[in-house]
Design a protein around this ligand. Sequence first.
Ligand code: GDD
Ligand code: MN
Length: 370
Amino acid sequence: MELFTLATILALAHFTLPLLYYRHMGGYLRRPWGLRTNPGHVPRVSVVVPIHNEADVVWEKLDDIYRQDYPKGMLEVVIVDSGSTDGSPQRVLEYASRRPDLRVVLVHEPVRRGKALALNAALSRASGDLVVVTDADSLWAGSDTLRRLASIFSDPSVGSVSCVKIPQGGGPGGVEEAYRRYYNVLRVGESRAYSTPVFHGELAAFRRSLLEELGGFPTYTGSDDSHTATLIALRGYRSVVVEDLVCAESLPRRGYALWRARRAQHLVQHFAHVLRHVPRAKGVFRLILLAEAYLHLLNPWLLVAALALLLIAAARDPLPPAAALAAGLALLAYRPYRTWIASQLFLILGALMNLGGKGDVWKKVPKARP
Ligand code: GDD
Ligand code: MN
């Protein structure tokens, strides 16, 4: 086969398969959840906040939890600090002394060993029926977030719940905003179909009993939240991202690309582990796991392969490859396409970063406050 033809086929597969999956999952947005929820359900909740050098934001975070219209008697906050050098734990204690009606537990790890190990240290101190993990640099959209969350867990088939994400700002070229819009559709579509394998650290809630059955948060992937949700779904419980639970997230002031690449790096680890579980996934969840593993692990490389073939083909007959490349570049003016290409680059970069180690301990990226 002509190299140029082969490149075209690979590029077509690269762009078409995700679109088909997106259309398919988007169809589930009109389907009912199939859950029986009770808005009056008020279980005991442990909100777990892992922190490493979050002195600037930890008060705001605690305030966000404090303002929840959830009975304080049913709520505790477990902060796990690992090796902060900016006075974060002191800020937490100061906050706690001003709000004696909020139960705050501070767990201290002298040495930073990564978020997943920190979460496990927090888990051993958490007493709630639900464990709600939330990053220090994120805020929940409403003061009814915990109440809504708890009501979803009133259905015994639900094992874990996460939010949709709204970035505070578009990101460079508007790509973060567009990426989130696309991603949120997939997350909610998959959740309505059965369960989604991608959770968000801004709000990732689990039944404590299930976390204990799993032996805590897995430490072999950087995506502790997504991997835990997937393991729970494989046990037959729903792991859902719900559209009326909304989290706001600040974007990095600089270093956006590296930040995205590190997150992609962790998702790549997650889906590499997911592969071995695909055979025991049932029904539509098998399709979801297969499709998402394909999208994260393989599909970006079709684009790389197509590009490489184009370049080789150009040595023989430069015109068709040059025209194809020029069209590909011109399309970057179109935001959905630009967003897609950027995400592919981050996935490729993330996969390559895995060659240098798991990246359990990452550099804090300074965020722009909204
Ligand atoms: N205790 C503790 N120990 N906390 C940590 C550590 C650690 O080693 N590393 C990071 N954290 C805390 C941060 O202080 C923050 O509250 C939260 O974990 C998330 O870290 P960020 O630095 O804000 O990273 P992010 O927003 O890019 O992380 C996202 O992707 C990660 C996977 O790459 C989030 O979704 C994370 O939840 C997710 O694990
Ligand atoms: Mn963050």
